[in-house]
Design a protein around this ligand. Structure first.
Ligand SMILES: Nc1ncnc2c1ncn2[C@@H]1O[C@H](COP(=O)(O)OP(=O)(O)OP(=O)(O)O)[C@@H](O)[C@H]1O
Length: 625
């Protein structure tokens, strides 16, 4: 094998937490190495070291047979290493053409001079975007494709893609895979981080497992199943639990028991998720012939191995929002409680919308027997919705149903959701929730009507995500007896500036952590998947009637996705209607029995099945876009 990158014994710690514990890996020319591992396994940390964002504490790296120790991204680029970062952000004012050439000698040329070469690259890659489009008008997934085309324009020999596929739809995945094949045909190598295991199998020549701070195995994608890969990813100590609990466990693992006064019980398995067996390697694994598996790593003399992945005490202390609904049942509606516009009742006298407490809890107030309504009762009825990007959309979601909304980009599914959660204008010929006519003019209306919404990647500027995270992480503080009014006032002041928010949330979390006898953890210290867990956990605690979630599985590992699905089902079984907006066919097939396929602003197909198959969804996608 012609080796491009050869790393031995790479170590990296944050404080006293050792994240990488002696990683060995060889990357051959023209190979696509799928890099997989549980959330928080250290994949992004490792990629950041290759790309010069971070420096390793120890080990050796050689690129092209020469020592390699990049001090910065520019340094790495000059040596032929390019990266698309996880959760990258690009200047929204930049055009597609400018983004593609921004790291090349063409960077200073005027836009008009870039159009033709950009168009050529886009056409060659099969990406249907205009070189003139500003990035701000594109979905995050589309920007990811622009980033991939950028790598074609640059002459990076080692290309790193960290979770680029997280929210790509089938057509976009095809385009990405095509770009990857173009890169490898030119003799370049790709490190491809993804949690979509089936997709990794399709694109990778080798699958490197990141586990317990190392890469103990490299698998042949042709001889393993996705379940095998997931089994190889599991740490020996991993317990399968609902993700906030699991995160709680991770964050509190090394804290003395008496200090852990809040959070999940030791063995949190009450969410329909089976505890993982100890890691059992797939029996018939045969390494790919041309790959040289990493030898067992022998720790450097100065290396003190961390006992069984023990996170640093100072990285802990902040529990995510509690999952127990009873703990938050008195929590306020998540946005300012403006009165919703309520039209005359369609069925019965309309109860005054109160704080969000869930439909079963509400039953006592309005005299309706929600349990008797059964699971076939329409909970959300939409007729004739017109909104920017959606036209005359009608559908009904029954209580207890998890319904999928999908389609190509900008096909209408996001527009429907934006109108439903009050973030974009929409006119409904009829909107009924729980049998009552409603009007939604703002997010506050939606919240008061018990519609909870978790934003997808396109509505989530990094600042917004951090703000949501800070709020989610503070939510526990509201529930544990602190002065709610003071905290809300503090929150609204904090909203005025991210800087202020971060400082104040640090203090709040610090205070709360001190009460619990734990040190604080920063949102920034959580991996991408861990952040998504916290946000999902907070969203779930809103105890809403209508739960809308956009691309919930992005960034979550195989087991966390399974837990997330179990939790969505549980919410539905408890009487909610769940709207799952997703580009991920596997996620839709495993979560929904009905999927609405959008195209050009309308529902063009309704797929039903128990279960819905992957092929049904693939054929639907083949006819749209
Ligand atoms: N700046 C930081 N400070 C402290 N701890 C950090 C920091 N960045 C990451 N970590 C911790 O290091 C571990 C590895 O994080 P990393 O982002 O590399 O994981 P990952 O495998 O990419 O996870 P995911 O699949 O969720 O993206 C996590 O436990 C995370 O909490």
């Amino acid at each position: 094998m012609d080796t491009l990158l050869d790393i031995v014994g790479i170590t990296k710690s944050y404080g006293t937490t050792r994240v990488l514990d002696g990683v060995d890996l060889k990357v051959g020319r023209g190979q696509v190495i799928g890099v997989v591992g549980e959330n928080g396994a250290g994949k992004t940390t490792l990629m950041s070291i290759f790309a010069g964002h971070q420096q390793a504490d120890g080990g050796t790296m050689r690129l092209n047979n020469a020592p390699y120790w990049p001090k910065s991204t520019e340094d790495a680029q000059s040596r032929g290493v390019g990266i698309i970062q996880q959760d990258f952000t690009l200047d929204p004012a930049m055009t597609v053409a400018q983004a593609i050439f921004r790291n090349t000698y063409q960077a200073d040329r005027p836009q008009r001079a870039l159009i033709r070469p950009a168009q050529w690259l886009l056409d060659d890659a099969g990406v249907r975007l205009s070189p003139d489009s500003p990035l701000g008008g594109l979905a995050h997934a589309e920007q990811g494709l622009v980033e991939a085309v950028r790598l074609l324009a640059e002459d990076a020999q080692l290309v790193i893609m960290d979770e680029v596929a997280a929210s790509l739809n089938v057509q976009e995945l095809d385009q990405l895979h095509f770009i990857i094949s173009r890169l490898t045909r030119q003799g370049r190598s790709v490190l491809y981080v993804s949690h979509r295991l089936r997709e990794v199998q399709a694109v990778a020549t080798h699958i490197a497992i990141v586990r317990d701070g190392r890469i103990p195995e490299v698998l042949d994608p042709l001889t393993v199943t996705t379940e095998d890969i997931a089994a190889h990813m599991r740490t020996r100590s991993a317990r399968r639990a609902w993700f906030p609990d699991r995160l709680d466990e991770e964050l509190t693992e090394s804290v003395p028991e008496e200090a852990a006064t809040f959070g999940a019980p030791e063995e949190a398995t009450g969410f329909g998720v089976t505890p993982a067996p100890d890691h059992t390697p797939a029996p018939e694994h045969t390494p790919a012939p041309d790959h040289t598996p990493a030898p067992d790593h022998t720790p450097a003399p100065d290396h003190t191995p961390a006992p069984e992945h023990t996170p640093a005490p100072e990285a802990f202390g902040q529990a995510p929002a509690p999952m127990d609904a009873s703990a938050t049942s008195d929590a306020p509606a998540p946005v300012d409680a403006a009165q919703p516009a309520v039209e005359e009742p369609a069925a019965a006298a309309d109860p005054a919308p109160g704080p969000s407490r869930g439909r079963r809890a509400m039953a006592a107030d309005d005299g309706r027997n929600y349990d008797a309504l059964g699971t076939d009762t329409p909970l959300l009825e939409i007729e004739g919705l017109d909104a920017p990007g959606a036209h005359d959309v009608s559908f009904t979601v029954r209580t207890g149903e998890v319904i999928g909304l999908t389609g190509p980009r900008h096909a209408g599914q996001d527009a429907v959701v934006a109108a439903l959660n009050g973030r974009a204008p929409g006119t409904f010929r009829t909107l009924r929730i729980n049998g009552y006519n409603r009007t939604i003019n703002s997010p506050a209306d939606a919240a008061t009507m018990r519609i909870a919404y978790l934003a997808g990647p396109d509505e989530e500027a990094p600042q917004e995500r951090r703000r949501s995270l800070a709020r989610a992480m503070m939510a526990g503080g509201w529930a544990d007896g602190s002065d709610f009014d003071t905290e809300v006032e503090g929150l609204s002041q904090m909203m005025s500036a991210l800087e202020k928010l971060q400082n104040a949330s640090k203090k709040l979390r610090g205070r709360r952590a001190r009460r619990a006898g734990l040190p604080a953890v920063e949102a920034e210290a959580l991996s991408g998947g861990q952040q998504q867990m916290v946000l999902l956990g907070d969203w779930m605690t809103q105890d809403a009637d209508v739960l809308i979630v956009s691309e919930p599985g992005r960034g979550l590992d195989h087991d966390a996705r399974a837990a997330m699905r179990a939790k969505l089902n549980e919410a539905a079984e408890n009487g909610a209607a769940v709207l799952l907006v997703s580009s991920d066919i596997d996620e839709l097939a495993t979560s929904c029995r009905r999927v609405l396929v959008f195209d050009q602003g309308s529902i063009v197909q309704t797929i039903e099945g128990s279960p819905i198959t992957h092929d049904q969804l693939m054929s639907a996608f083949a006819t749209v876009g």
